[in-house]
Design a protein around this ligand. Structure first.
Ligand code: CMX
Length: 136
């Protein structure tokens, strides 16, 4: 495994418009991008803090993963994402170590990153993403 840093922390919110006020007006961060990820049924908003990003996740469908999460647990931390080099190699290593993969192959996520999720039941209750920016 070669994790380099925390790429982002995903936070489930009811409304990006509402949540943005806290991150911008109170914490003083700047939202630099808003993007819908249709196949994940979410709208995302990004803030940068050092090397790490905060990704707000607003459900666009109550039956999507974030819609279901908010219904069950309310707003809050949804996942943590680690930046890796060679995501395919990292996934096959995780697989061989018995970690339950949600995505067996990387797929495209927000900001055109290659991403894959690990199931929270095999990662101590924390939904975990690994991701790679192949353009870097
Ligand atoms: N963190 C921790 N646990 C979680 C969780 C999360 N974010 N989401 C679900 N769970 C837990 C539930 O609490 C539940 O646990 P119990 O059985 O103990 O109650 C269990 O996982 C099953 O949850 P569920 O509500 O029945 O949901 P599903 O099994 O249908 O789906 C999951 C769960 C993790 C497989 C699904 O949410 C998923 O595939 N997530 C990855 C994709 C994703 O989250 N996309 C949104 C972000 C997109 C982006 O960043 O671009």
């Amino acid at each position: 495994m070669n994790l380099s840093h925390i790429e982002h922390i995903g936070i489930a919110v009811n409304s990006i418009d509402e949540a943005k006020k806290y991150y911008e007006d109170i914490l003083g961060l700047k939202c630099y991008a808003i993007e819908e990820v249709k196949d994940q049924k979410v709208k995302t908003a990004f803030f940068k803090i050092g090397q790490t990003k905060i990704e707000l996740l607003e459900p666009t469908d109550p039956e999507g993963p974030v819609g279901k999460f908010i219904e069950k647990k309310g707003q809050g931390i949804h996942h943590i994402a680690f930046s890796v080099k060679d995501i395919e190699q990292n996934l096959s290593e995780l697989d061989s170590k018995g970690v339950r993969l949600i995505d067996k192959e990387p797929r495209k996520g927000a900001e055109n990153l290659d991403i894959a999720f690990l199931h929270p039941k095999s990662t101590l209750g924390v939904l975990t993403e690994i991701c790679e920016d192949k353009n870097k």
